[in-house]
Design a protein around this ligand. Structure first.
Ligand SMILES: Nc1ncnc2c1ncn2[C@@H]1O[C@H](COP(=O)(O)OP(=O)(O)O)[C@@H](O)[C@H]1O
Ligand SMILES: [Mg+2]
Length: 367
């Protein structure tokens, strides 16, 4: 155990930055282990506020509120990667922040993240730094089309990115993106998308959940299936990529690594798409489909406790996101045999808003 971490005891308090569904599910997992959570979020309607006794509703730039929050908790973690670095610095001066501030810097910026992955010798889509319309033209000349342009920072659920195809008006694409800080990525003709949810403890032990296969609709995760229908060697490769990333970041907690499966003349391999320094939507199946959930695993890791060995409960586990108006069918889902329904307690269902999810476990004898 390093100086920056200490072993928590039941009854201790974890501070969580961000009050969405991930913070809510983290707090519920912590409660099961006898730990308390205090949630910090600027949004008074935060779903995570509903499940904790103590909450701070303040802006992330409110230094006084941050200091009071830090005084009330034993360690601090977060449910989203866009924690401003100034916020993390104020907090880290008072309490351990896990995963560490340095990890945020790497994963908040797609260019820094891709450079980091590349330095580890791990494959990604071909990419280029783009900071002007001239550099965009040059990047297209090198990488070719189709390609995907993405803002370096603050993109999620497909926001802040656009596909560029042959014949598109490049100057217009650049203007529409509205930033001076982007990357161009070659479009990857992937065979499927997978993710690895990995946990690393403060003594450097890594546990990965079964590789998950992910189906997106309108750039938003719709369905995850575990285990991914891929050969065992490819699953092992995917897990070892996630493990390498976790070690290189000296990571403590749960991270999600999104990958593309691509065919090569030597068989299938993986390219890393992005790293999420937090629990991840594609790991929600672990709540009902495994002996330890990703949320519990994260809490164990940051608490300085041993990680669990996750054992999947069924032959196949699927997780379906209830997005926007999908939530209106929750009563139907409640009657589906074997389904477990999770509702996040959010306000009105807006298009693209993640409102809940459903897990279905197929027992081994009904594979
Ligand atoms: N280079 C690419 N080639 C092919 N598809 C891509 C590429 N980049 C992104 N996508 C598609 O868009 C989705 C969202 O992109 P991603 O980079 O993961 O951003 P976000 O932060 O929005 O999740 C991916 O899961 C994938 O389906
Ligand atoms: Mg993604």
């Amino acid at each position: 155990m390093t100086a920056s971490t200490r072993m928590l005891k039941p009854g201790d308090t974890i501070g969580i930055l961000g009050g969405g569904q991930l913070g809510r599910m983290l707090a519920m997992a912590a409660a099961r282990l006898g730990l308390k959570c205090q949630v910090f979020s600027p949004d008074p309607d935060s779903p995570a506020f509903d499940v904790v006794q103590h909450a701070t509703c303040a802006e992330f730039a409110d230094v006084e509120a941050l200091e009071l929050f830090a005084n009330d908790v034993d360690i601090i973690t977060y449910e989203f990667e866009n924690v401003p670095s100034a916020t993390a610095l104020v907090l880290a001066a008072r309490r351990p922040v896990l995963p560490s501030q340095k990890i945020l810097e790497t994963t908040q910026d797609r260019l820094i993240e891709k450079d980091f992955i590349t330095r580890l010798g791990i494959g990604t889509a071909d990419y280029a730094d783009v900071s002007s319309v001239e550099t965009l033209h040059a990047a297209i000349a090198r990488i070719g089309l189709p390609a995907v342009i993405k803002t370096r920072r603050f993109g999620y659920d497909g926001k802040g990115q656009a596909m560029i195809r042959e014949g598109d008006d490049i100057d217009q694409v650049w203007e529409d993106l509205g930033t001076k800080s982007a990357i161009l990525e070659a479009f990857v003709p992937f065979e499927r998308e997978i993710s690895v949810i990995a946990a690393r403890s403060c003594d450097g032990h890594v546990e990965c959940f079964d590789v998950t296969e992910n189906e997106h609709r309108d750039h938003i995760l719709k369905i995850s299936r575990a285990p991914a229908a891929i050969p065992a060697e490819l699953a092992a490769e995917a897990r070892s990529v996630a493990e390498k990333i976790a070690h290189a970041l000296n990571y403590v907690g749960v991270l999600g690594v999104e990958m593309f499966v691509v065919e090569t003349k030597n068989g299938p391999t993986v390219l890393v798409n992005e790293i999420a320094p937090r629990v991840h939507n594609s790991g929600h199946w672990t709540l009902d489909g495994a002996s330890i959930s990703q949320f519990e695993q994260h809490i164990r890791a940051i608490a300085g406790w041993p990680l669990g060995k996750p054992i999947r409960h069924g032959a196949v586990v699927t997780m379906t996101n209830l997005i926007g108006d999908d939530i209106l069918s929750y009563e139907e889902w409640l009657t589906v045999p074997g389904a477990t329904v999770h509702l996040y307690g959010k306000g009105p269902p807006r298009p693209g808003r993640k409102m809940g999810h459903v897990t279905e476990v197929v027992p081994a004898d009904r594979k």
